[in-house]
Design a protein around this ligand. Structure first.
Ligand SMILES: Cc1cc2nc3c(=O)[nH]c(=O)nc-3n(C[C@H](O)[C@H](O)[C@H](O)COP(=O)(O)OP(=O)(O)OC[C@H]3O[C@@H](n4cnc5c(N)ncnc54)[C@H](O)[C@@H]3O)c2cc1C
Ligand code: FES
Length: 251
């Protein structure tokens, strides 16, 4: 449960309301985190917030976040040193040479750069389709994926300001219907996950779920995914649609 000290190296607004914070951890993690794991990030005198690993190389951690309330607002202004504990959750273990498609919505794109980095190490490929509402939310691929490149990167916008017009799920069905992937992963707001699970029912994608996380280590029960008998911090955030359907519909 103890925090590691982390130095804020930079905080940059990448698009409207979406920030990337780069941190240097002051001591060794002792493990190589897996994509989709998360850290509890503590802003001194404010609160702790769960944040996915957006990138990690040799003790340098990046998180990508949208300002929602008090915690993320404070995070966007944090300077000096903050605290982190983790990595928590069960990450994705990538099989050598596998082909993945990620359909992300909004700030659900956060864990994708680290997934791409990890996949490249195992000669696996990641196609990315990212959906946002309007032009001012778009982040250029070169800025988003620093030092790594997904196999392909499409941006769908609901205001039709890019070539791919519509929600991420609509565009995925139209533009990518003919591709074949070993794994399809959906990450984003609940409505998007629900829609994706319905539309891609035959391939049973993985979904990255969100809930309120407090302890991060299975003690408090806050992250319960009722009616699923699961704790997100222990065995999440990734579940198959077939496992998560009741949570997405009624949880
Ligand atoms: C495992 C995990 C990983 C996450 N990774 C990221 C990330 O990489 N980037 C990112 O921007 N956000 C991420 N989140 C969500 C992020 O933790 C919350 O947005 C943040 O805690 C909100 O804190 P706040 O004090 O700013 O807002 P609050 O004042 O706590 O809340 C503001 C509003 O957001 C709602 N809210 C708060 N937390 C959640 C949640 N978990 N799910 C849905 N609604 C919520 C509240 O109900 C309220 O309406 C993650 C959440 C989890 C559980
Ligand atoms: S956050 Fe406490 S049990 Fe998961």
């Amino acid at each position: 449960m103890s925090f590691r000290s982390a130095k804020v190296v930079s905080v940059e607004e990448l698009s409207e309301g979406i920030y990337r914070m780069k941190l240097k951890l002051m001591d060794d993690l002792g493990v190589e985190p897996q994509p989709f794991q998360f850290f509890m990030v503590w802003v001194p005198r404010v609160k702790e917030v769960p944040m996915s690993i957006s990138d990690y190389v040799d003790g340098s951690l990046a998180i990508l976040f949208r300002v929602r309330g008090r915690g993320t607002e404070a995070l966007s202004k944090a300077r000096g040193f903050i605290g982190v504990r983790g990595p928590y959750g069960r990450g994705l273990s990538i099989r050598r040479g596998e082909r993945m498609l990620v359909i992300a919505g909004g700030v659900g794109i956060a864990p994708v750069p680290y997934l791409v980095r990890t996949a490249l190490r195992t000669r696996s490929s990641v196609d990315v389709l990212w959906g946002v509402r309007k032009a001012c939310e778009v982040i250029d691929g070169g800025k988003l994926f620093q030092g790594v490149k997904p196999s392909s990167f499409y941006v769908a916008t609901e205001d039709c300001s890019t070539d791919y017009c519509g929600t991420a799920i609509e565009v995925a069905l139209k533009a990518l219907g003919s591709g074949s992937w070993d794994r399809v992963i959906l990450v984003g707001p609940r409505e998007m996950l629900r829609e994706g699970c319905r539309r891609f029912m035959d391939i049973d994608p993985l979904v990255a779920l969100e809930s309120i996380v407090k302890c991060g280590i299975g003690l408090c029960g806050t992250c319960s995914l009722k009616p699923m008998p699961k704790l997100l911090c222990m065995d999440g955030p990734l579940y198959k649609c077939s496992q998560a359907v009741d949570y997405l519909e009624y949880g």
